[in-house]
Design a protein around this ligand. Sequence first.
Ligand code: NAD
Length: 283
Amino acid sequence: MNAQLINGKSISDSIREELRYEVELLRQKGVTPGLVVILVGEDPASQVYVRNKAKACEQLGYYSEVIKIPAETTQDELLRVIEQYNKQANIHGILVQLPLPKHIEEKAIIDAISVEKDVDGFHPVSVGNLMIGDDALLPCTPSGVIELLKRTGNHPSGKHAVVIGRSNIVGKPVSMLLLRENATVTICHSRTPNLPEMARQADILIVAVGVAKLVKKEWIKPGAVVIDVGMNRLPDGKLCGDVDYDDVLETAGWVTPVPGGVGPMTITMLMANTLKSARRFSQ
Ligand code: NAD
């Protein structure tokens, strides 16, 4: 076993410690960061995510509201709830937990969230700002990936980063962030031929696919940094990533475990975004 572990839990804890200090400074100016999380329906996984977000708010001393809305709510009713929070002064971040019930158009909901309060970073204006390099609230999982790289001394600048996956939530934004950090970026997806060969060219390999243990040691350039965004539930109920963790340990230089790698960073970056938004509103 050669690879060093990238411990997302401990990196996440130290970022939260930094946030706590900044929250205190803001509070001395009379501002408490406020986040509303809106959950439509009763999807069990979503309920867990929402609970964890509320818990993180509590730990950091944020003001938070969790709004639970029945699955049969209409799109117009949900839009009215968002409109109310767009106007509510003590709320700096609005997060609508995805996925939404099928009769509600996800895009209409994301578009309705005020860009200033778009702490998920999914609004088209936030996406555009990320693309052109303007100041933006950045999507949480991708910015968490960048923090993991920087805080383990694996700065992307000058490196070849290969991203597997091109979703709007992970693959595309993480590619843009890597480019912004001066990496040379290759984006691969389900139609990319010779995927193992492409992956083997990576100094930094980011995998966000959703296929358990897809990436094997033959895909890894010796010493590469491997960031596994995947979260897959195995038949025995255990969580596992898109990377065959035990297999790549021999070849990789650094690797994130699942759980305990990228996962803990996502909520922490949500907290960072809410603080950033609160700071902007207080100026
Ligand atoms: P998605 O389904 O929206 O996108 C998957 C991408 O992978 C697509 O672009 C597709 O082209 C590509 N793909 C699919 N099969 C492939 C294959 N065999 N070879 C190469 N590419 C392939 O998924 P997503 O929302 O980007 O999520 C990806 C994974 O990351 C999932 O396991 C998800 O649960 C996980 N995830 C984790 C976090 C976190 O906080 N840790 C956050 C978001 C997503």
